[in-house]
Design a protein around this ligand. Structure first.
Ligand code: PLP
Length: 425
């Protein structure tokens, strides 16, 4: 369906295509398990010789229909849902990295991902070197080692809304024989399709715009099918040599372009079980049906708020890639000509205390940990999401102590600005 239809149609119709007499709407397959007629049929599933459902810890038809929709939107060949965006990023890397391996990531990423990479994965023996995404190709290349297995970036960083130069990152990754993994949560495939610019694997926190209504935590991984794992077989033995836990099956040989997602499902989901609840996948699917309508409204509102803030004398600085004054304006025009996202950040004159007082004075706009849903919300990363980071790490992540992260919803822009105005007063 991906090649045939435009994103608007894919948002509504991709994934679940009912046959005669089946429900028009994607059903929730609320079942842990699936029935077979013979022991032999079941045995073939366990050997990966047949595809089919047997236990929801690995796969569920509701989830797979939604994963297929996201895969179609991204223009990939295979995809899977995970229980959260954190699980998606962990699986995306752990699928090709093991103890003793290394990967390179952009410094300015979501605090939870930074913590996962710098603390938790380190405990598993996997090391990450963080690089400034705006550094030269030579400088970023210096971070690579013989045991480096991937390069990771965020298309639009949370919370700094820096725009990733995807083509530059893809070039660097491919020069070193590793895939580029991109977290495309903030623009969504409506505003940016990283595969068209050379990225190999895309991840999502579907908790954000894809769900769009702040109802269900979830994640997704999509494979472009472009990366030639066998060309670097010595780097990726997990994909290119026999898997003892599946009777010596080799994923690239058995599944071709489906190798990466099949391994992540058959091995990581089987052993770690971070499956998305089918009920959450159902809610996510309803959100996806309007993603193409909501994203432009998020962008229009964020643009109006950013332009208004930029003119206000109480505002010290505003960061939104849709502003002509923004450092990333040109990159945003290149990669996301129809708009970036609804998230922007700014600081108030008077610093941290004034910023906190301002947030406490908002009435329509709520203080919540979330971003990127229909209701406008606000957060102070240095006190909230990123409070585990040191001042040095905060500055590396592009987060000033006075930074207010403002997630513009899809309400009326005038009403949002009026609330900001009264809070500033
Ligand atoms: N990636 C990005 C860009 C995020 O903003 C977030 C959460 O805010 C995550 C990943 C983690 O996603 P989740 O909260 O669904 O685990």
């Amino acid at each position: 369906m991906a090649n045939q239809f435009k994103p608007e149609t894919l948002c509504v119709q991709a994934g679940w295509q009912p046959k005669k007499g089946e429900p028009r709407v994607l059903p929730i397959y609320q079942s842990t398990t699936f029935k077979y007629d013979t022991s032999e049929q079941m045995a073939r599933l366990f050997d990966l010789e047949d595809s089919g459902y047997f236990y929801t810890r690995l796969q569920n038809p509701t989830n797979d229909a939604v994963a297929a929709k996201i895969t179609a939107l991204e223009g990939g060949v295979a995809g899977m849902l995970t229980s959260s965006g954190q699980a998606a990023n962990f699986y995306a890397l752990f699928n090709i990295c093991e103890a003793g391996d290394h990967f390179v990531a952009q410094t300015s990423i979501y605090g939870g991902t930074y913590n996962l990479f710098s603390v938790t994965m380190k405990k598993l023996g996997i090391e990450c070197t963080f690089v400034d995404p705006d550094a030269s190709e030579e400088e970023i290349s210096r971070a690579f080692r013989p045991n480096t297995k991937a390069l990771f970036g965020e298309t639009l960083s949370n919370p700094g809304v820096m725009v990733l130069d995807i083509e530059k990152f893809a070039r660097i990754a491919h020069q070193h024989g590793v895939p580029l993994i991109v977290d495309n949560t903030f623009p969504t495939p409506i505003n940016c399709r990283p595969f068209e610019w050379g990225a190999d694997i895309v991840t999502h926190s579907t908790t954000k715009y894809m769900d769009g209504h702040a109802t269900a935590v979830g994640g997704a991984i999509v494979d472009s099918g472009h990366f030639d794992w066998d060309a670097y077989a010595e780097k990726f033995p997990g994909l290119c040599t026999p898997d003892a836990s599946y009777h010596g099956l080799t994923y690239t040989k058995a599944f071709g372009q489906g190798a990466y997602i099949t391994k992540a499902t058959a091995q990581l989901m089987r052993d770690l079980g971070s499956i998305q609840a089918p009920e959450n996948a159902f809610l996510l699917n309803i959100g996806l049906e309007t993603l193409h309508l909501r994203m432009p409204q998020h962008c229009r509102n964020a643009q109006a708020v950013a332009e208004w803030l930029e003119q206000n004398e109480k505002v010290a600085w505003v960061n939104y890639p849709g502003l002509k004054s923004n450092k990333y304006y040109d990159l945003a025009q290149k990669y996301m000509p129809n708009g970036t996202c609804g998230v922007l950040c700014f600081g108030l004159k008077g610093g941290r205390e004034v910023s906190i007082k301002f947030m406490d004075s908002l009435k329509l706009v709520a203080i919540v940990t979330h971003v990127a849903d229909a209701r406008t919300c606000v957060l102070h990363p240095a006190s909230h999401t990123h409070r585990q980071l040191s001042d040095e790490q905060l500055s590396e992540a592009g987060i000033a102590p006075d930074l207010i992260r403002f997630s513009t919803g899809i309400e009326n822009a005038g009403d949002i600005i009026a609330d900001i105005e009264q809070a500033l007063r």
